[in-house]
Design a protein around this ligand. Structure first.
Ligand code: ZN
Length: 180
């Protein structure tokens, strides 16, 4: 995507080891580091809350509430902000860390590598009418019982891996989910 060194405009800039740009002429180095992202498994009596993605990548597929962590933001802070933005509901500070998986997020020709941090939260009585979704980002909201979840409907590898881990840790017959 980048053809010239942003420091000296040399055309000899190279992308090395999938993670950094280096210019052999002026020594400029830029690290394309991983980004931190979050996701929340919100467990309700009706099932786990999933969002239908309104935009690419993975438009129409299911995703968990969450997103990229912003500058000067902690992971839980970022998760709570994304939940407020996407569904108009804040899981509060008492979310529990559950698992982390790497992911890739292609956006406008650039592949971002992310470290996805997944949290769980118990909200037994949460219903669609308690939520206010952002129609620009979210095509719809679905509550799905773990036993009925189809992994191929999920948007990302990291989401599939965390849902497999979550269902493994909370077999469907073992309802209700523990309060966190
Ligand atoms: Zn240079």
């Amino acid at each position: 995507m980048f053809h010239f060194c942003p420091s000296c405009a040399s055309p000899r800039i190279r992308f090395e080891a999938h993670k950094l740009f280096r210019c052999p002429d002026c020594g400029f180095v830029y690290y394309h580091n991983i980004a931190a992202a979050t996701g929340c498994i919100i467990a309700t009596d009706e099932g786990i809350l999933f969002l239908i993605r309104a935009k690419e990548p993975a438009q129409g597929k299911l995703d968990l509430p969450g997103g990229f962590v912003s500058l000067e933001e902690g992971a839980v802070e970022g998760l709570r902000r994304e939940c407020r933005e996407e569904i108009g509901w804040d899981p509060g500070p008492q979310v529990s860390f559950f698992a982390s998986f790497p992911n890739t997020y292609p956006y406008q020709g650039i592949r971002y590598n992310t470290c996805d941090l997944f949290f769980t939260c118990s909200a037994p009585s949460l219903r669609t009418e308690d939520l206010h979704r952002d129609p620009q980002e979210i095509g719809g909201i679905r509550f799905i019982k773990p036993a009925r979840l189809l992994m191929e409907e999920l948007a990302f590898d990291s989401t599939r891996r965390v849902m497999q881990a979550f269902i493994g840790a909370h077999p469907p017959h073992e309802a209700p989910l523990p309060v966190v």
